[in-house]
Design a protein around this ligand. Sequence first.
Ligand SMILES: Cc1cc2nc3c(=O)[nH]c(=O)nc-3n(C[C@H](O)[C@H](O)[C@H](O)COP(=O)(O)OP(=O)(O)OC[C@H]3O[C@@H](n4cnc5c(N)ncnc54)[C@H](O)[C@@H]3O)c2cc1C
Length: 359
Amino acid sequence: MSTHPLDRREFLKVAGVGAGAVLSGCATAPGFLRSGRGGSNIVVVGAGAFGGWTALNLQRIGARVTLVDMFGPGNSRSTSGDETRGVRSSYGDRPHGELWMRWARVAMQRWRDWDAEYAKPLKMQVFFPSGDIILRSDWEPFLKQTKAWWEKNAIRHEVLSVEEVAKRWPQFSLKDVNVVLYEPDAGIVRARRATEAVAEVFRYEGGRMIIGRVVPPEPGAFDGHTVTLTNGDTISADTFVFAVGPWLGKTFALMQNRIRTPLGTVFYYGTPIGDQRFTFPNMPSWNYPGTTGWPGLPVDNRGFRVRGGGGGGVQPAAANGAAANNAGANPGGADSAATRSATPAPTQNVTDPDPAPVG
Ligand SMILES: Cc1cc2nc3c(=O)[nH]c(=O)nc-3n(C[C@H](O)[C@H](O)[C@H](O)COP(=O)(O)OP(=O)(O)OC[C@H]3O[C@@H](n4cnc5c(N)ncnc54)[C@H](O)[C@@H]3O)c2cc1C
């Protein structure tokens, strides 16, 4: 937030698409940095996927950036602090899905670029291009619209026959499946490690990182220049970016009734010892009504991942609260909960009023 409100489009350009151009050396500093309208001293609150990348990209175009997080980048309570997250561009069920689709495609390329630059020095690959299959009994509007947008945007995809799927990935049970869409460029990101890595690179390149909790400003009391931490320290800047994810409603009273924070449930299952069918690259990520999932990733192999849908509006714990909102536990040991078939997956029985965002 700024006393001179940023042009939202301009900010999104910087935080998102603009950085690619900067990295490739063809961008100029955006107006709000050049003109001093917002100033170049920026505080980003929240070091999750959104805050971390925003801080890094702003710094790379010349801003002086401080990144503040109450628990640290990749922490267990944050949404980005789970083991893995899928990146796919199939959003035919969303009103603005075509935009999401393009953003997701940029994200895939960004993660590839990240690995090309950092996998070796950091000795850690973060993006695993598993491909993604959508399994359905018929051509639902979601599939039809996704396919139409893929065609319009020249995005690589395949319509697979059930026989083809059975041949390529015999570990799937294909009962009731008649239609399959495949996006070969989709993949899986090591979320927690990537979030930590982005923050580390930000620091390495000169960024300032503070572990501390910004006290949510009293309604109407935020002057746009200074925030206070719970230890009493104050931080001043010309521009503030609050990238506090599901805490947004708790941070600004104004947002309380404007955002929804559905709870998702993620399970990581142990697979049979020596059985590589459920490990990258031997199976794609998948989307079946009500659940999504993907293979375990080498070499730590935290398990075969299954996600159920969200339910209800759940506020994240306060700073001193307990539960993390990512169920990152592996409920079975290496020999238990072996997943023999990847559809009707064994997830917790959750009611999902809005099944689309499972990812
Ligand atoms: C179970 C589940 C599965 C999901 N699966 C997918 C998927 O497969 N693919 C996909 O694209 N998306 C998926 N999502 C969504 C995705 O994880 C989120 O959109 C993304 O991680 C949000 O990142 P963020 O940076 O906005 O928030 P977060 O990662 O939650 O980061 C917010 C940060 O703000 C900090 N913070 C909050 N308040 C303060 C304060 N007052 N002072 C200082 N710091 C503060 C927190 O400590 C935290 O680190 C899933 C979400 C869930 C819950």
